[in-house]
Design a protein around this ligand. Sequence first.
Ligand code: FES
Ligand SMILES: [Fe+2]
Length: 352
Amino acid sequence: MKIESQTQMYEGSPWCLGRYESFEINKPKLITLLNHDYVIWKDKQGNLNALDNICPHAGANLAKGGHIVEFEHKSCLACPYHGNKVQFLGDGKVIVDGNISTKEIQPVLPLQVVNGLVWTYGLNWEEQNGKSISQPIEPRLPIPDYKNINFLPEYNPQLNLSELNHIYSFSESFNGNIDQLMWNAHDGEHFAGTHYDSMLTKDIKIENLTQDENKISWQIFLHKRDDKQVNKNKMNPLVNDVVIQCINSFLPSLLILTNEIAKGKLFVGIAYSYPESPTKTKFCVDGYLNFKYAWWHKLLKFPQKGNNFRDTLLFEDLTILNNLYPTFNKKIALKNDTPAELAMNYLKNQNY
Ligand code: FES
Ligand SMILES: [Fe+2]
């Protein structure tokens, strides 16, 4: 199909699959990355294991009903179909009728945990003599150094996720590609469009825009609307007169937003995405604060209100993204498109 052949999945980029903490012990989870399904589980020792999700006996979906059992003190995944006979170890070896294979049978998806996030480059799958053969994808970009980013305040000069309080998670797939998501994430102009009734934005100003290869950073000043409708809007108490969002993006997979919500109080949003297929993309956001909610914050329902606000913004973005046409003739540019245009240029020139 024309659209699919034009759509890049940027093989060789590091993809973030989520917070290490978000994987629950002994609960297998299905993920789709670069057109292939994998099952991931965290064992009792805290190790993450990730394997091809298709059982090589009769094609069972291992993540759907596969359960964790112990074999000679090792954690393994029992197939939901014939798990009394067949179990999988995290290193790809398989136990059949109580005997461990000498070699890897089930392909392993290599994972790395860096500063609290789980990363992978994925596997390349090819048909050879009627069989699917996989190989680890060669890295073309390093895993981002997201400890040292621009615009961090003096009281929080490095970003260590383990020192922050995790308060929010969002994870959805949409019908579209990484380019479309990267445009949206770098789009300065859409705050007064897509988010007109949530961010209540009137004017937008972009400052301190810099680019170093796949790293783009900028600040965006959002000035609040002052029309009569704003007073009646339920988002009104949640939006400051000027919102300064500081953004550090690491194309094509990670974007970090920092925002001082009050003096000394920092919100950190970690947004990451990966291609499930050329036309389906997973989009996730985790939110953190550098402080803990006080009892009176809870009494006033600040945590829920804040998270509902974030849900609203992200659903507004997803609605736009789910309805974009994949191809069009670009004939118009807007003033605050610059970060998005830099991002698109970088991606276009990569010859992935
Ligand atoms: S399908 Fe998995 S062991 Fe039979
Ligand atoms: Fe948005």
